[in-house]
Structure formats: C-alpha cells, structure tokens
Design a protein around this ligand. Structure first.
Ligand SMILES: Nc1ncnc2c1ncn2[C@@H]1O[C@H](COP(=O)(O)OP(=O)(O)OP(=O)(O)O)[C@@H](O)[C@H]1O
Length: 251
C-alpha cells in the first residue's frame, strides 16, 4: 500500500534579490512510495532532489500539486495543504527527516538530543532515554560521548547522532538527504545495514544518496530527476545502467 503519493508537485522560488527572478526547482513530479519500499532519487546537481524531499517534509511549502501521506491510523492527509500545526504533529510518529547536517543545539547533550526526538515520537521520558541509548549504540556512538554537547562532535559523529535521532522510533515515512556523506567506511557500512533493516521492517524510505553503491544496495526503485521532472523510474539495476540518462552520481 502506498504510504506517499505525490501528484503534479511544483516548487518555484522567487529570487527577490535578483530582479524577482523565478527558479523552477520541481516542475510537475508524480511519485509513489509504498511501505517497505526504498525509493532513491538520483540525477545531476540542481535537478530538484533536495527541494522535493523538503516539500514532503514541508520545510518548503509546495507551489502546486498534492502530497498525500497515508498515516498509520486515520485518514490520508495532503501535506501540501496541511496547516503547520498538523505538519508538526505528523513529524513525530509518521514523518522523519535526516539530512547530512545536525542542527546545532549548543547546550544539549548527545543523549538529550536523541531522547527529545523519541519524546517527539510519543515515547515517555524514561522510554525515550532508553530508546536513545539503544539508538546511539546501534549507530556506534561510544558511551563516553553521550554527555557531551553535540557542537563538539566530529562531522561523522554528528551525522550518526542525527541518524540516531531520525530513527529512534522509526517513522512511517523516512526522508534521507545524503545521510552517510561524512562517514568513514566502517560506520558507513553500519548505517547502510541499519537503513536496509528499516526497509525490511516496512518503513517507507525516500532518499538522496550521492553514492551509486549505496543506491544499488538499498533502493528498491530509483527515480531520476532531470531539471525538475522525472526522467526515469524503475529498478536500480536497469535505471542506473542506462547511460542515456547521463547520471552524475558521484562514486
Ligand atoms: N531556498 C532556495 N531558494 C532559491 N533557489 C533554490 C532554493 N533551494 C533550491 N533552489 C534552487 O532549486 C534548484 C534545485 O535545487 P536542489 O537543491 O533541489 O537540487 P538537487 O538535485 O538536490 O541538487 P544537489 O544534488 O546539488 O544537492 C536549484 O537551481 C537551486 O538553486
């Protein structure tokens, strides 16, 4: 069953500082993601991949189109039209987003940051701290780092804390924007297996990886964007080897 159905999605930006010029980042995209499916967005720089993810998470308000999310209970909602307060509620249990950057929280410890994400997903205080500890162990964050402030972590540690927070109590739909870009090979491997496990558990995943190997290993489908439009949609093996699509995915 589809967890996410996007129809006719358009996102345009008006550049007020440059003569009010308009940039059309997403120009009419249709896309479905079912539970237990991992759809990877591919395509060259500026094709609209991150803008599309941000429209689904509603960091960006879409210019036109529908983004239907089927929550675990209750009726479907159109994320494109939903009031901000209801979007905030959905960002708990239903909708998760992990970008390559950890939002700086100067006075919070690593454990707090992850536990707060658990609380936002509806866990009570004790459960959220326990779940945070489990998530940090899963991501290989040593216990000696848990009391530290997130600002002092290395790039790779920050990225793993971010992943721990994003997956502490897996949402129904997980959006990933280059989540392994700062990781060393060992940690990258651990994170890729964890993401594969989430898909096996039925989570719907929509991702951007600038890494062909990660896409081949994790994706059940690849959607190639070109200039804000879908240029291809199919199984990874077929789509990634279609040289005509001129994929600029960094290895
Ligand atoms: N906040 C914004 N304001 C203005 N233009 C934007 C904004 N965000 C994205 N764009 C523009 O939209 C287009 C698509 O950008 P987007 O970041 O979605 O592409 P992408 O496929 O994710 O690229 P990359 O692989 O380089 O991250 C680009 O031309 C970009 O400059």
């Amino acid at each position: 069953m589809n967890v996410l159905e996007i129809r006719g999605l358009v996102k345009s930006f008006t550049l007020h500082t440059i003569d009010g010029r308009t940039v059309d980042a997403v120009r009419g995209v249709d896309l479905d993601v079912a539970g237990g499916e991992h759809v990877a967005l591919a395509g060259s720089s500026g094709a609209g991949k991150s803008s599309l993810l941000r429209c689904v998470y509603r960091t960006y308000v879409p210019t036109a189109g529908r983004i239907t999310l089927r929550p675990s209970s209750g009726s479907s909602v159109d994320l494109a039209q939903l009031p901000d307060t209801q979007v905030a509620e959905l960002r708990g249990r239903e909708l998760g987003y992990v970008s390559q950057f950890l939002r700086a929280e100067p006075r919070r410890s690593v454990l707090d940051v992850v536990a707060r994400a658990g609380a936002a997903r509806g866990l009570d205080l004790a459960d959220s701290r326990e779940a945070a500890a489990a998530a940090l162990r899963r991501l290989g964050i040593e216990e000696r780092l848990w009391a530290m402030h997130t600002t002092v972590l290395s790039g790779g540690q920050k990225q793993r804390v971010n992943l721990a927070a994003g997956t502490i109590s897996p949402p129904r739909l997980l959006l990933l924007d280059e989540p392994v870009s700062a990781l060393d090979p060992v940690n990258r491997e651990a994170v890729l297996s964890m993401i594969a496990g989430l898909t096996d558990d039925g989570v719907a995943v929509l991702s951007v990886f600038h890494d062909l190997d990660a896409i081949e290993r994790l994706a059940t489908r690849v959607v190639v964007l070109e200039d804000g439009l879908v240029a291809a949609d199919g199984p990874p093996a077929a789509v990634l080897r279609d040289s005509a699509l001129n994929l600029e995915v960094a290895r």
